[in-house]
Design a protein around this ligand. Structure first.
Ligand SMILES: NC(=O)c1ccc[n+]([C@@H]2O[C@H](COP(=O)([O-])OP(=O)(O)OC[C@H]3O[C@@H](n4cnc5c(N)ncnc54)[C@H](OP(=O)(O)O)[C@@H]3O)[C@@H](O)[C@H]2O)c1
Length: 251
């Protein structure tokens, strides 16, 4: 059954995948509450789709969890689904000895996910069958160069969600981990390497919306990238050499 007549909170909804999801789900007849840090981008989203409610939230601001929860409760006392999608990607530059990006990845992607769960879990409990959806990454299936921070933060997200699933199961709350491959968004526009099977953002949003109807534990797409990364993980030395060769070509 198509996702319709539900109340859905989406983080990271001011750009890319989250924005496309917010528009699609709102136009499908759901009450969408969109979050992000940028008030301007949230206002622009509301101009594009006036049915969307907006709620500014910086996922790294642990001290705003309570107030954000109160505001969310005012907008939606019962939450059917939460799509926790806010995230960032910065690569580590070992030559500059700057490890700050690694800490930032953990703050935004992992602790940001934890903070977002803390905001929405009490409201999902009021739904007949709450659904918590976290956006991870297929980067967890094989190592990528300079992705020490990004990959580790998404691996942490993956474990966190699978463990959380066990704890909220008895409360009737489902947990789904979405694992996208490369999607064309402002985040990937910064990448300076080849991105196999790069897909348009609307196609990615369509796939996610169709997938969450069935509440799977995990949903990864495109399958072709998943297969490629599984083979890479079975042949780690070959993968290492291929990655090293393409890095050399770039320099
Ligand atoms: N694009 C891909 O190929 C790809 C692949 C795998 C996984 N993903 C994951 O998909 C998610 C969305 O990525 P995207 O490609 O759509 O990126 P994007 O276009 O850069 O959008 C990122 C969103 O996250 C929000 N955000 C970033 N830092 C935040 C913070 N501290 N607090 C609250 N919101 C924050 C941004 O909103 P504000 O700036 O307004 O705060 C924005 O709405 C991320 O978790 C990413 O890791 C993307």
């Amino acid at each position: 059954m198509a996702v319709c007549n539900e109340t859905i909170w989406i983080t990271g909804a001011t750009s890319g995948i989250g924005r496309a999801l917010a528009l699609k789900l709102a136009r499908q007849g759901n009450l969408v509450i969109a979050s992000g840090r940028s008030v301007e981008k949230l206002s622009a989203l509301r101009v594009e789709e006036p049915s969307i409610e907006v709620l500014p939230f910086d996922v790294t601001a642990e001290d705003t969890i309570k107030t954000t929860q109160q505001r969310l409760r005012t907008l939606a006392p019962v939450l059917d689904r939460a799509i926790l999608n806010a995230g960032d990607c910065e690569y580590l530059d070992l030559s500059s000895e700057n490890w700050a990006s690694l800490e930032k990845m953990v703050q935004v992607n992992f602790l940001g996910m934890v903070n977002s769960v803390r905001v929405c879990l009490p409201l999902l409990r009021h739904s007949e069958r709450g659904h918590l959806i976290g956006v991870g990454s297929q980067a967890i299936f094989a190592p990528f160069p300079r992705a020490e921070g990004y990959g580790a933060s998404k691996a942490a997200v993956s474990y966190f969600l699978s463990s959380l699933r066990m704890d909220v199961y008895k409360e009737g709350i489902d947990v789904t981990e979405i694992l996208p491959g490369f999607v064309k968004t402002p985040l990937t526009a910064r990448n300076d390497f080849a991105m196999p099977f790069l897909q348009p953002v609307d196609q990615a949003a369509d796939r996610i919306v169709r997938a969450i109807e069935k509440r799977p534990f995990q949903y990864y797409f495109p399958k072709r990238l998943y297969l490629m990364l599984r083979i890479a993980s079975w042949l780690p030395r070959l993968w290492l050499k291929l990655q090293a060769r393409s890095a050399q070509k770039k320099n």
